[in-house]
Design a protein around this ligand. Structure first.
Ligand code: 8YV
Length: 339
């Protein structure tokens, strides 16, 4: 009997998903969360045919150097700024991500942050839990937030998640503006009730500005001090995209000095660290990168990641046809080299 190919899973995953992977592979799965150093990552990847990695695993040219065994790297996430796809392609390694399956859950969560930040839910809860309510006389004009319904929602980055966020705004009777590299087809604009505007216009008009851009070098600090200064003082900023898109230090200053009403952040520059100035502010809602973390969606992401590994390695019903590859041309090269 020939040995099964080997796959390494860098983070603990659902046992039933790992069991499915074991039908075809000799699986080494990490049992506890651990941030792998580049050296550890390099060593782990050197001994396997395929890997399922998380966003904290930076798979770049240095990590891949001298690796002639690895064939597939499946990312547990739609964003893949942790992968150097060019380096993977040069090394003949197929890369995949998990688009679509998390769109609606991330859109839900963007709304959770908008609502919580706009209406000061978390700060009020902290105050209540600290025992202030029975002991103090809450005034009629305490804990005032801003309304959400009827306001202007601005979306920067109008891909699938941005569109999901826009569609939900209809129920809140909001005006929806967006800015994107390219204009959406008219049918999609109509469905989302969304109007394309310049970035400057978006910054100036949005009461709620939600960021849903991919992280690329050009998108670093797309929202920094100059952009924050152009926003309304009553505005709320929400980031469910990637840390580093916002200059967190500049955001903390704007929030502290009242240049912005509030923020809701699921992602941070240099996470899992969070800028200490943000930690001490009351007008920011902070969550630990959980926008896709619904039971159904995290399962769907894990399933999709391993479906890519199984199919790319030539197993299962979709053998040879991984569902969501990032560099599918690599597979043509595999086929050519076998012929
Ligand atoms: C993470 C995400 O993958 O898909 C993405 O790009 O940022 C998230 O869904 C998830 O939080 C696991 O780390």
């Amino acid at each position: 009997m020939t040995a099964k190919p080997k796959v390494w899973v860098s983070r603990p995953l659902f046992p039933d998903v790992l069991a499915r992977l074991s039908e075809h592979f000799d699986v080494e799965a990490e049992a506890v969360e651990h941030r792998h150093t580049p050296d550890e990552l390099k060593r782990k990847l050197a001994g396997v045919d395929a890997a399922v990695v998380g966003l904290a695993d930076r798979v770049d040219a240095a990590v891949l150097e001298g690796n002639h065994r690895l064939k597939v790297v499946a990312n547990l996430g739609v964003g893949f700024n942790n992968l150097d796809v060019d380096a993977l392609t040069r090394a003949g390694i197929l890369a995949s991500n998990t688009p679509e399956v998390l769109t609606e859950s991330v859109a839900d969560f963007a709304w959770a942050l908008m609502l919580a930040a706009g209406r000061r839910v978390n700060a009020a809860e902290r105050w209540l839990r600290a025992g202030h309510w029975p002991g103090s006389h809450m005034r009629f004009d305490d804990w005032l937030g801003g309304d959400i319904h009827g306001r202007t929602l601005g979306i920067l980055g109008m891909g699938r998640i941005g569109q999901g966020i826009a569609r939900r705004a209809f129920g809140f009777d909001m005006r929806v503006l967006y800015h994107n590299r390219s204009r959406l087809p008219e049918t999609v604009e109509r469905e989302c009730h969304a109007t394309l505007v310049s970035k400057d216009e978006l910054l100036r008009q949005a009461d709620f500005l939600v960021l849903v851009l991919p992280f690329t070098p050009e998108n670093r600090h797309v929202i920094g001090a100059p952009e924050l200064a152009r926003m309304k003082r009553s505005a709320v900023l929400v980031n469910v995209a990637r840390g580093g898109i916002v200059d967190d230090a500049a955001l903390a200053v704007a929030l502290r000095e009242g240049h912005l009403a509030a923020a809701g952040l699921d992602v941070f520059e240099g996470e899992p660290s969070v800028h200490p100035d943000l930690m001490s502010l009351e007008n920011v809602v902070l969550s630990p990168h959980i926008a896709s973390a619904s039971e159904e969606t995290r399962r769907a992401m894990a399933d999709l990641a391993i479906d890519n590994v199984i199919a790319a390695m030539g197993f299962g019903e979709s053998a040879g046809k991984p569902p969501t590859p990032l560099n599918p041309a690599v597979m043509n090269r595999w086929a050519a080299s076998k012929a």
